[in-house]
Every structure is written in C-alpha cells, then in structure tokens.
Design a protein around this ligand. Structure first.
Ligand code: DGL
Length: 262
C-alpha cells in the first residue's frame, strides 16, 4: 500500500502525526516540515496556497501518497478547497474545535487560540457562524507561540511569559475552555497548564483528525494491510539538521531528514 502524506509549516504537525501513528501503526507515513517558509500564520493566503500545492504535488506525484493530511489549521483554512479541486485523493484538513469547545464549556465562555491567518480566514468565519452561537467565543491570535516551539523553547521562562500574557486575560474574562487551533500549540501544553489549571479544559483536534483519516481510508479501501510496523520518512525545506533535532525531541529519532526539493 502507498504511504500517507502529512505536512505542516514546521514541526507542529508532529502533534497530529503521533495520533496517526498510534491509530494506524502499520501505515507508512511521509512528513514534510515546510520550515524554510514558516510561519504560515503571518503570510498571505495565496502564499500558503502555493506552498500547499507544491508540497502536495511532491507527496502525491513523487512519493505516491494515497491520502494527504494537512496537519496545519492555517494551511487548511487557506488551501484545502484548492487542494481538493486539484488532487483526487482523500485530503483531510483540520480546523479549530469550536464545536467541541462549546459543548464542553460550563461557563459558556470559550477561547480559540490560533494564528492570525486562521482566525482571519473565511473558513473560520463560516465555522463560527455555524457553531459559535451557543457561547461567548473569544478569538486570540497567539503571536510568537509558533516560533517558541520551532526554537525548541517549549517551556522556557520566556515562553511561559508569552503564554501567560495571552492566556491570563482569557481566564479573567471567564473562559473555562481553551481550544488549541494550531498544531504547534499542543507542544506548549505544559506552559499553558501553569496558568490554565484545574477546571480549565484544553481542546486539541489531533486525535479527531487521525480518526477521520482512518474512516476515509477505510471507506476508500485504502487502509494498509501490513502486519508489521510502518516506516516514517521526513523532509524539511529548512535546515534538515535543525528539523532533525526538533523531531528527535518531540517524536523520536527520525534516522534521516531529507531536504525538500520544492
Ligand atoms: N501549525 C500551523 C497551524 O496549525 C501554523 C503555524 C504557522 O503559523 O506557521 O496553524
């Protein structure tokens, strides 16, 4: 069976890759970190669309991926419909968990933490229009968070400060549910947990995306049949060495990170 392609602007999508690997351990996985072009969150949506098309073309045409997971909320908001019109394989995107966040909240105040690109997109507006009525929804662009993760500063004093500056005001306004609408943010869970302690729920959609991927593969007869563990291969458009160090820390030894040719 061909592999599954997964990409993000950097290593944030590893938070989704782990769920995919856990649910489908025998599948071969290809992971692209577009580290030479991050952050996506402050780029124009056309820029992100062009990167998403180039990466998907590489994964589908050169690596024969049978399905693509856009493990990035920002790239999904900008590009998923263009990708679906260009590539005829299952393309699974992700979006902030507005619906589960509202369902879980007891205070009725829900904060959505994401990039500016995601929060300013038409797709996110449509999500709010559809599900946002049941609660007070606060949107919080989390500037600097992606960079802290990419610099391997997951729990440094500076990171804690940045997280505190953006999370504390949300709690003051009564938010009891924080929706992580960017795949980099689960790697800041410890720092977030310092301020969002007991009684505050933190919602992340990585597992739901992995489950949706499995459903789509199943219904398209694309689930792998292998009995033994699958392999995971990595590419980076930034420094393969630096990406490799981050992957070792957040996922496990990548063996090798290849330079992305697009
Ligand atoms: N990880 C990406 C997301 O889920 C965004 C990171 C970026 O801004 O590059 O939105």
């Amino acid at each position: 069976m061909p592999p599954i392609g997964i990409f993000d602007s950097g290593i944030g999508g590893l938070s989704v890759l782990s769920h995919i690997h856990e649910l489908m351990p025998t599948e071969d996985l290809l992971y692209v970190a577009d580290s030479g072009h991050l952050p996506y969150g402050s780029k124009t949506s056309e820029y992100v669309v062009q990167r998403a098309i180039a990466i998907t073309r590489f994964l589908v045409e050169q690596q024969e991926a049978k399905a693509i997971v856009v493990a990035c909320n920002t790239a999904t908001a900008a590009a998923v419909s263009r990708l679906r019109s260009k590539f005829l394989i299952p393309i699974i995107g992700m979006e902030p968990g507005v619906k589960p966040g509202i369902k879980e909240s007891r205070s009725g105040v829900v904060a959505i933490l994401a990039t500016e690109g995601t929060l300013g997109s038409e797709k996110f507006q449509a999500l709010l229009d559809q599900y946002g009525n049941g609660a007070e929804v606060i949107v919080q662009p989390c500037n600097g968070w992606v960079e802290q993760v990419e610099h391997a500063e997951h729990d440094s004093p500076e990171t804690r400060q940045i997280v505190a500056d953006q999370v504390k005001p949300l709690l003051k306004r009564g938010a009891d549910t924080l929706v992580l609408g960017c795949t980099h943010f689960p790697f800041l869970k410890e720092a977030i947990g310092i301020y969002a302690g007991e009684g505050i729920q933190v919602i992340d959609t990585g597992l739901a995306v992995a489950q949706e991927l499995r459903r789509r593969l199943q219904s398209n007869n694309l689930l792998g049949m292998a009995k033994t563990g699958g392999n995971t291969h990595f590419w980076s458009s930034g420094s393969p060495e630096q990406t490799g160090r981050l992957i070792s820390r957040l996922w496990g030894d990548p063996n090798q990170v290849n330079p992305l040719p697009v």
